[in-house]
Design a protein around this ligand. Structure first.
Ligand code: PEP
Ligand code: MG
Length: 416
């Protein structure tokens, strides 16, 4: 009774790139939940479709009524049933009729309303009372590729993880210190640097990929020594964005270099070794399971090789990746798959197979903080949320609040 859905509203709001997205309110007899969907720029081709033809306006004018007609009267606690009803309303296999973003925002708002109906925070409603692990933040320091303008490095994300931080506050402030130090280091390399930032709040320098890797490592070391925390460099190469299908090469435009798959394997291996990379995401094109598998075989014992565009949070595609030993980590983005139930299924499969789940924001975000709760509920050891910017700190600051609420909080075990 407490969690029976009484009302559901969808509205058009701004995302961090100034594009429209959906925010959903769900009212139950004794609770309220609100959630908004993010959007990607370097999307995987097998993600569900974000919005139907007609975009957010069609969702507001037509689809909202279809969804509320079905969901009002259902119990928000029955998340799996509700996610199934959303799929039935849609009727396609890629959520293109109602939009994966519509579906995921409804799914998350329903979960939040169910949690609120019992006066529980979302992480506890989904994960249970004994959850006490806080994920480490993978903080975005410099942006390139599809998240930046011209002349930026081709590697999309230069990230850091404070792997020995003893709590989330220490961790997020370590990341922000590296971010500040990098601004100084970029200025030394590029006197024309104006302090411009990319979509995820990282700096956008006009320097080569190697120079960016060098100063990333330098900033980690200097700030780590000052703070007494080991800070490790990490990357999202987002290689699908660089892959030229005709030439069968990865094009590094900033460096004027093209690499075939063999060169790319050697290049990434060398980067992992030279800089002690903790984590490398999407080192190959989304179709190249073999390249992924070769790199994981060579470096998976010392580095997380993570699949984003290749797996798109999809359980079936992850199963193929597991069979081929393509990666030892997976990015978890709920809007790639369109519902919390499907997101959870993918996380479960990953964990059963020792593939580390990394809960992640998108490059186009809102101040919605849901993924902070999901990372705790799913016991994901890492969360990729950016380091700065209102829509990024919404998640980080929520983790600080969650840690404060837990009776025996611990940072996740990164080295399981
Ligand atoms: C966050 C990412 O970018 P986008 O949201 O543009 O896919 C990513 O590639 O990991
Ligand atoms: Mg990625």
């Amino acid at each position: 009774m407490d969690s029976v859905i009484e009302d559901l509203r969808v509205r058009k709001i701004l995302d961090s790139r100034g594009n429209p997205t959906v925010e959903v309110d769900v009212v139950t007899w004794n609770g309220f939940g609100r959630a908004a969907a993010p959007s990607g720029a370097s999307t995987g081709s097998r993600e569900v479709v974000s919005f139907p033809e007609g975009g957010v306006d069609k969702v507001i004018t037509e689809i909202e009524d279809l969804i509320s007609a079905e969901l009002i009267g259902m119990d928000a606690e029955d998340l799996a049933d509700i996610d199934l009803v959303l799929k039935e309303i849609d009727g396609t296999d890629n959520l293109s009729a109602i939009g994966g973003n519509t579906s995921v925002a409804v799914s998350m708002a329903v979960a939040k309303a169910a949690a609120a109906s019992y006066n529980l925070p979302l992480y506890r409603f989904l994960g249970g009372n004994l959850k006490n692990e806080i994920p480490y933040p993978l903080g975005n320091m410099m942006n390139g590729g599809a998240h930046a303008g011209i002349n930026a490095p081709d590697i999309q994300e230069f990230l850091v993880v404070p792997v020995t931080a003893s709590n989330i506050t220490e961790a997020v402030f370590a990341n922000s210190s590296v971010h500040k130090r990098l601004k100084e280091l970029i200025q030394l390399k590029d006197s024309s640097f104006t302090g411009g930032k990319g979509d995820e709040g990282g700096w956008v320098p006009n320097i080569s990929n190697i120079d960016a890797l060098e100063i990333q490592a330098q900033a980690c070391e200097e700030v780590g020594d000052e703070l007494g925390v080991e800070i490790k460099p990490s990357l999202d190469i987002a290689a699908s964005e660089m892959w030229n299908q005709n030439e069968q090469k990865y094009v590094y435009a900033q460096d004027n270099i093209s690499r075939d798959t063999g060169d790319q394997i050697e290049f990434v291996k060398e980067i992992i070794e030279t800089y002690g990379m903790f984590y490398v995401e999407d080192p190959f094109d989304e179709a190249d399971f073999e390249g992924f598998a070769q790199l994981t075989a060579a470096c998976g014992n010392k580095c997380l090789i993570c699949g984003d565009d290749i797996f798109v949070t999809n359980k079936e595609i992850l199963a193929k990746g597991i069979e081929k030993k393509a990666a030892n980590a997976i990015i978890i983005k709920p809007n790639q798959i369109g519902s919390l139930t499907d997101t959870y299924e993918t996380v479960r499969l990953a964990k059963e197979n020792n593939v580390t789940p990394v809960v992640s924001h998108r490059s186009g975000e809102t101040t919605d903080e849901t993924i902070a709760h999901l990372a705790v509920a799913f016991s994901a050891p890492l969360i990729k949320t950016g380091a700065l910017g209102g829509e990024r700190i919404a998640k980080l600051n929520e983790l600080i609040r969650i840690e404060e609420e837990l009776s025996n909080p611990q940072m996740a075990n990164l080295f399981k």
